[in-house]
Every structure is written in C-alpha cells, then in structure tokens.
Design a protein around this ligand. Structure first.
Ligand code: 13P
Length: 254
C-alpha cells in the first residue's frame, strides 16, 4: 500500500493579500521546477486568499483552508462554510489545530461535526491532534491522543475515514523551535496507526497519511520523513518562506 506523501503549509494569520499572492507565486514556480515525485504540496491560507490562490496553483500546489464552520449555512455572522471553501477550488481544510482548540475552545465533539461537514462538501480534512508539554511530561500523551481520535474522527465509518489525513502536532513543538525527535514522532505515529488499525482494520491504517507538525524545517524534515509512519509534514513558520517550504517538499524527491 502506498499512501500519499503530503507537505502542507499552514500560513496561520499571516500575510496581507498582496503578500500572499506573491509568496504563493514563488512557491508554485519553485515547486513546479524542482519537485520530482508524486508528493503533494498544499498551502492552507487565510480565507481572503483562497479564491485567488486556487486559480494560481493549478495541479502544482493544492489549496486548503484553516477552518470551517460545522453547519452547512445559516445565520452565523462572520463564519465561512465548507461549501464556500469548496466552491473556490479548495481541496483541503485543517480541522482541530491546537490553536483552534486552545484559543477558540473547539471541543472534540465540535471538531467531529466540522469533519463530517467538510467531507460532505468534498473537502479533505487535515485533522490535527497533539498533546501539551504537561501531558508529554506526565506520561498521559497516549491517552490524550487516543481520546482526540476517538471523539474527533473515530465516529466516521471506514469509507469516510479513508478520506481524511491525520496530523500529529505536539503543542510543545509548535512555533517553539523545539522539534520532536524523529524517534519521538515515529513512536506516536506508529501508535496512531495502531489505533486506526484497531478501530477499522490494517488496510485502512496502512492507507492513512499521518503528517508531523511542529518546528519542521528544511534541516530536520529528511530525518522525520524517513520514519516508517511519517508521511509528510504540516509546516507553520517555514511555509512563510518559499525556499524553505519548497525544500521541505523536495525532501520526498525521487
Ligand atoms: P511551526 O512549524 O511554526 O512550528 O507550526 C506548526 C503548525 O502549527 C502547523 O500547523
């Protein structure tokens, strides 16, 4: 079973419109010239940028949103629906990023609803899980991750689960420069895959792409991505530099 290799950038709340277009154009040009292989490059941008980026990216760089609302439509002032995101040509949506869980109090149950609505609208959820530093240090991280999976995505049937991507982002490694070691990340990725196999079956687990996120950069990507259960990365800071992001994509060059 060959699962998809994916390098996805998460721009978070950075870059005005002109800056976003300019950075994205650079990324598309470098990736088009230098990527060799079938790895997927994805940029998850602020809503404001999505329509234009989706037209510029073509097949070279796919586009994703960073969030969506859990309902199809309605009186939810200020929100953006999965259908709207899909309608501008996006293919992906990040769901459950730790910043959404932490600053916007998004619960596993809410994230489960967002996952369902994203799938119903033909988007691929990049579903994030991850433990805090306290949870890592007190040894409860496997329980925490299992509960995020159980309550967030294990309600899906196997057919729907097969359409999602999991991203393991230890909260203590996000934006801190503290990357999980390749061994620490591999340990957790293998655990996630084992839990997927226990919930569904080995073939579903084998086919699921599991990305690592947290201070991933061109220097550490090769070692991380060489691990048996790491299928790519979700990249924050380094996705704001075209050369760095493209170099991480190139880690998978054949
Ligand atoms: P950094 O790569 O900046 O640590 O961010 C990771 C992240 O949160 C991606 O979603």
């Amino acid at each position: 079973m060959t699962r998809k290799k994916i390098v996805a950038g998460n721009w978070k709340m950075n870059l005005d419109y002109a800056e976003g277009i300019s950075l994205f154009s650079e990324i598309v040009n470098i990736v088009r010239d230098e990527k060799k292989g079938d790895q997927l490059a994805v940029i998850c941008a602020p809503f404001i940028h999505l329509n234009s980026l989706a037209k510029l990216g073509g097949d070279t760089v796919k586009i994703g949103a960073q969030n969506c609302h859990q309902n199809e439509s309605g009186a939810y002032t200020g929100e953006t629906s999965a259908k709207m995101i899909k309608s501008v040509g996006c293919e992906y949506v990040i769901i459950g990023h730790s910043e959404r869980r932490q600053y916007f109090a998004e619960s596993d149950e809410l994230l489960a609803q967002k996952t369902v609505i994203a799938l119903q609208n033909g988007l691929t959820p990049l579903f994030c899980i991850g433990e805090t530093l306290d949870e890592r240090n007190n040894g409860t991280y496997f329980e925490v991750l299992k509960s995020q999976l159980t309550n967030g995505v294990f309600g899906l049937n196997a057919e729907d689960f097969a359409k999602i991507v999991i991203a393991y982002e230890p909260v203590w490694a996000i934006g801190t420069g503290l990357t999980a070691t390749a061994e620490q990340a591999q340990e957790v990725h293998a655990f996630i895959r084992k839990e997927i196999a226990a919930k569904y079956d080995a073939s579903v687990a084998d086919a699921t792409s599991i990305l690592y996120g947290g201070s991933c950069n061109p220097k550490n990507a090769a070692e991380l991505f060489a691990q048996a259960d790491i299928d790519g990365g979700l990249i924050g800071g380094a996705s704001l530099k075209s050369r760095d992001f493209a170099d991480i994509v190139k880690t998978f060059n054949a």
